[in-house]
Design a binder for this molecule. Structure first.
Ligand SMILES: [Mn+2]
Length: 325
């Protein structure tokens, strides 16, 4: 293309399995200056309640991202011809202290958001979304939220802790970071502590679409309906917990639950965010030690690519004329 934007290193310039291990083989940047979208990792796993290992998530997603090419063949989306994007590295969390790590993440995003940049974050366990949302809400006000997950993450506390990967969306609603009436949770399922576990969110006005309600069908109509309800102006955030997908397609995660979304349904949800005013997104809970084939991280890398394609202003090839705009 034009040379205006950073381009991923091509597979014919350097073999895909070689070179600097940045996300999508993009250039690495030390600040968010002049970026439209900042890719970054938050290698945290001390907020997790069962299997650990998400501290290795960002590195492994970068590793598997080498196979992602610059154009979506399904939608014609061309994020690297539309935005200045770079890998801005990882947040230096304190692996011995969760509370302090939350402060470190908040400070990191506060500095990042001094620039007009949209963060696309790779976890890390789901705890990371709370400090990210705190900073984004400071900038944009309460956000609309698309939340894909096997769990609602609305516990009041876990093991006495108010902040961990299973409490964050209760905190986000309480702190007015997200507008529950403009929030959808897609994929909660399996077993709970009580049969009304999902109801607190529903009482706040959240649209909860259980895993079972997603079975055997396209999620495109659900997203069309959500977009119509939210509109193209409201600042919106997409948080994608990989455990929203079925363990058969995404086994490498800490709290897997059977009966989840297929990879195609995950793609439909992310593609269905195109048309929202996305101001950021995250992909969390990939745990490489439980991902023996690497397929979970590979899928995660592709989902992050699809997130880039869904930001407002992403150019896409006209499907009728097959011409780039
Ligand atoms: Mn979660």
């Amino acid at each position: 293309m034009t040379g205006k934007y950073n381009q991923p290193l091509g597979g014919n310039e350097m073999p895909r399995f070689a070179g600097i291990a940045s996300m999508f083989r993009l250039p690495v940047a030390t600040s968010a200056e002049n970026l439209d979208i900042a890719l970054l990792g938050v290698p945290l796993d001390i907020g997790t309640s069962n299997r650990n290992g998400t501290r290795y998530g960002p590195r492994q997603i970068r590793c598997e991202s080498v196979l992602v090419r610059p154009y979506s063949m399904a939608t014609g989306a061309a994020p690297f011809d539309s935005f200045q994007i770079a890998d801005t590295g990882d947040v230096a969390i304190n692996a011995f202290n969760l509370q302090q790590s939350i402060g470190i993440i908040e400070d990191h995003y506060a500095r990042l958001l001094e620039h007009p940049v949209k963060p696309v974050s790779m976890g890390g366990d789901h705890t990371i979304s709370l400090p990210i949302l705190r900073q984004l809400a400071k900038k944009h006000g309460p956000l609309a939220l698309v939340h894909v997950d096997a769990h609602t993450d609305i516990n009041d506390s876990m093991f006495g802790e108010k902040i961990c990967h299973g409490t964050i969306f209760r905190r986000a609603i309480e702190e007015n970071l997200v507008d529950p009436k403009r929030m959808i949770q897609i994929g909660p399922r399996a077993t709970g502590y009580s049969a009304d576990d999902f109801d607190w969110a529903r009482r706040q006005g959240v649209q909860v679409v259980t895993g079972e309600e997603c079975w055997y069908q396209s999620l495109a109509p659900l997203m069309t309906e959500f977009r119509a309800r939210i509109g193209p102006e409201t600042p919106a955030y997409l948080t994608f917990d990989i455990d929203g997908l079925d363990p058969s397609v995404a086994p490498g995660t800490g709290t897997p639950e059977p009966g989840g979304l297929m990879a195609s349904q995950g793609l439909e949800v992310i593609r269905g965010c195109h048309g929202l005013n996305l101001v950021g997104a995250d992909l969390v809970e990939v745990s490489p030690p439980y991902d023996s084939s690497g397929n979970t991280a590979l899928l995660a890398a592709n989902l992050v690519f699809e997130m880039l394609c869904s930001f407002p202003g992403c150019k896409r090839r006209d499907q009728a004329t097959r011409a780039m705009p």
